[in-house]
Every structure is written in C-alpha cells, then in structure tokens.
Design a protein around this ligand. Structure first.
Ligand code: SF4
Length: 442
C-alpha cells in the first residue's frame, strides 16, 4: 500500500448535539503527518435517516396490518401518522438551529402530535421560556418516535446510544455474536447505507472504528461484519475508551472474524505504526499496543521503541468533514449542567493528558490515559483554540480532561486575557483550594 488513505468512523451512537472528539483528534494528528484521512459520524447520519419524512414512512409502513400485536401507544401514534410525517422536517430544522422563528408555532395546541412523552411533563415545560419549551416539546416529539421504534422495530435504538445493553454485557463475545447473527433491522440498514456511502466516496485502504462507550460496540461490529462480508481485503482497526477498558484482555479469536487490529490507549502512535505496517515498512511484531489474530490465537505486539507523542507533537483536532450544522439540540432537562452536555456544539480540546491527582481509590489510575500526565503547552493550546474558532466559527470550548489542572487553567485564562480573546469554556475539575473567585471553574 504505497499511499494509505484512512477513513475514521464514529459508529452509532454517542450524543446528538456535537461530535464525539476521538476522530477529530486522530484526523488532526494524521493530517499533521501528511497522511490522507477522512472522518464521519455515522451516528448522527443514521439518526437523520430515520428522522425525515421518508424514514418515518418506512417505519409506519412496517407497522401497518400489525395493529393487533402492537402496544396501545404505538397504535395511537399510527393514528397520527400524517402529523408525525408532516412535522418531522420542521422539528429537525428547529433543533438544528436552522428555524428559530418557528418556536412559538411548535407549542401551539394541535401543531405537534402529543404521545406518551408529553404526558406528565407539560407542567415542567410551562415554567420555561418559549424557545426552551419549543425545544422540550420538539425533544418529546423525537422521544415518542424513538420509543415507537424501540417497541416495534428494534429494542437497540435510543437517542444517545445504540444496543448499549450488548456492550454492557460483553463479558463474553457470545452476546455480540448472537446479536450479529440476527438479520439487520431497518435502523441497521440505514447505518450500513451511510457507511457504504462513505467507503465508496473515500475508497480507503484502512478503516478505523472509534468505540468510546458500550453504546458504540454493536454499531461498530455491525459495520465490520458488513465490511468483512463484502470487502475482506480492507483492514479494520478498532480503538477508543471502551476498547481500552473492556477489551484489554480479549482472548476470544472470534473478535478477529470482524476486525483485523485492536489498539489500546492513546491512538496516535498505534495508528501511525499500523499505517507503517500496512505500507510495508514495519513488521507486524513491531506494532504498538496492538492486538491481532495469528494461528487462531490473539496476540499482542508492543514495540518498546515506539513511545507516545508529546502534547506538542499531536497536531490540532479538526472537524473537517463533519457537518456541524446537522447536529441536534436535545433538551430533556433544564438542569444547566445537563444542558452543557446536550445542547449545541463545543470544540473539544485537552488542557493536559492524564490526571495530575491520581489518588482516587475508585479510579483505574494504572490506565495510560490517567497515569501519563502531561500539560499541553499554553501557547499550543491558544493556537489550537484560534485554529478551531477559524475552522468551525464556534467560540465554545469543552476541555475534555478527566480533571483539568488549576495551574494550566490559570495559565490559559491569563493567555486568553492577554490576547483579548472572547471564548467560553468549561470542563471537569476536582474541587481544589487553588480555585478562587478569580479563577473559577467555568
Ligand atoms: S481526579 Fe478523576 S482521573 Fe484523577 S484519579 Fe480521581 S477519578 Fe481518576
């Protein structure tokens, strides 16, 4: 493989308001090494295949003629089928921030069909502004449709995770193998449709699947299964938070019926080593923190000379290729903290790698992403902020550290003030005496 082309994918499903940052970080890194790379978030794309008139028509079509065996809530929703189909486009446009003008219309009686999610929550909704109430009602509308799909098409589907229960019970590969032995459901089919569109467009020579949470595992393996059936020559690698914690000790060779490589901990070095291997310049035994199958056994390679890149050397995350204007605000709570997580786009960066504290007894401090502590140099962080503002046009930042260090936050805050930059930012912290009224956590 002379010039590799990498396609990094987020399988369904994380949050719907903003992309999970793993592919953005790795895309930025590979670009900094002049490697051709594209990325896509299949979660939002799959959800938008459902939440469109044609998607809902397909769902209702599958239910017609089965009224007797359906839950009574589903039957009631079928009676309002045309209202759901008529309103799905304006609701999605509103939640994408493209039709703010229709907020007051959406909360007029009779405009949105009101299913079970509206009941009992109206009182709560009356206390908020017109705009927030419209966001809540639009969210209830989508939640009703989600419940319908869950009850009638597939129990796997939820608004921020897909088949999570399979990932949570993956102590043996049997659960995932059994789920994959079932024919793809309608939602799976949409997932595979968007997946093949990206493969055909990018024509990659390596596909990377990021699995941060249990709710991404099934989607990743469903994609990998389809790929191995049609393109067994195309290598697939998985990595991410879920892999790092739950699959570190995987010994079942069946996992490698679907994938070719599994990497652990920070993805930059293992991915680069893998690309070098696939390009013919690195033997397989010299891969970095990478597992693969050999003679029907799972083996690990970890070249001791392949060290991790420093924070100064990993490039800048990029959202290139991700359609930020298609993400949805889901407002299911007016709790301000909850809203930070579920509303709007946040550019994601890390103030430091790892945790400076490493003393909580419940924490797996031996894991690389906790134990290897390294601050991002402030100048570099500022350059990354400037670059992301220019790329995305968004000035909100979420520092995705496990516990952002007060010293680094102070240095960052002073640098922002010196440069008269206007951004808003937030992140996770430990309660520390080092935080003061002058240096509050955002
Ligand atoms: S502060 Fe967070 S990351 Fe650090 S040791 Fe405690 S739980 Fe782990």
């Amino acid at each position: 493989m002379a010039s590799p082309r990498v396609l990094l994918l987020l399988p369904p499903l994380t949050q719907l308001n903003t992309p999970y940052p793993s592919t953005a970080f790795l895309t930025g890194f590979l670009e900094s090494r002049n490697i051709a790379v594209e990325q896509a978030d299949l979660g939002i794309e799959m959800v938008l295949r459902l939440f469109r008139p044609e998607g809902l028509r397909n769902i209702f079509r599958q239910l017609h003629g089965h009224d007797d065996s359906l839950p009574k809530e589903a039957v009631a929703m079928m009676k309002a089928e045309h209202a759901y189909i008529d309103m799905i486009e304006p609701v999605i446009a509103f939640l994408q921030g493209k039709r703010p003008d229709i907020a007051s219309h959406l909360i007029q009686p009779g405009v949105l069909p009101q299913g079970p999610r509206f009941r009992g929550r109206k009182k709560f909704a009356r206390t908020v502004s017109v705009d927030d109430r419209a966001k809540q009602w639009a969210t209830f509308f989508l939640e009703d449709l989600t419940d319908l799909v869950q009850a009638t098409i597939t129990p796997h589907f939820a608004l921020s995770r897909y088949a999570e229960q399979i990932g949570r019970s993956a102590s043996s590969f049997d659960h995932i193998a059994a789920a994959l032995a079932e024919p793809p459901n309608l939602i799976d089919e949409w997932l595979l449709e968007v997946f093949w569109e990206h493969v055909n467009k990018v024509t990659p020579s390596l596909i990377g699947l990021s699995i941060p949470f249990p709710g991404n595992l099934y989607g990743a393996f469903r994609i990998a299964q389809a790929l191995k059936q049609q393109r067994p020559d195309l290598p697939v690698v998985i990595g991410g938070g879920y892999v790092n914690t739950e699959l570190r000790r995987v010994a079942d060779p069946r996992v490698f019926d679907y994938i070719d490589f599994l990497t652990l901990d920070n993805g930059e070095r293992p991915l680069l080593s893998l690309i070098e291997h696939l390009s013919g310049v690195r033997p397989r035994q010299s891969l970095c923190r990478t597992m693969y199958r050999e003679k029907n056994r799972v083996v690990s390679a970890n070249d001791p000379l392949s060290t991790d890149f420093t924070m100064d050397d990993i490039g800048c995350p990029t959202y290139r290729g991700l359609a930020l204007d298609r993400y949805l605000t889901i407002l299911d709570s007016t709790n301000p903290m909850h809203r930070l997580w579920s509303e709007g786009h946040w550019n994601k960066l890390t103030v430091a790698h790892g945790c400076y504290w490493k003393q909580c007894t419940f924490c797996d401090v031996g894991l690389n992403y906790i134990s290897r502590y390294e601050m991002t140099p402030t100048d570099r962080l500022i350059r990354q902020i400037e670059r992301l503002v220019s790329e995305t046009g968004r000035r909100g930042f979420h520092f995705v550290d496990e516990a952002a260090p007060p010293a680094a936050l102070k240095a960052l805050a002073l640098a922002i003030l010196e440069r008269r930059m206007t951004i808003s930012w937030w992140g996770n912290i430990r309660f520390e005496t080092a935080f003061s009224p002058d240096l509050p956590p955002a």
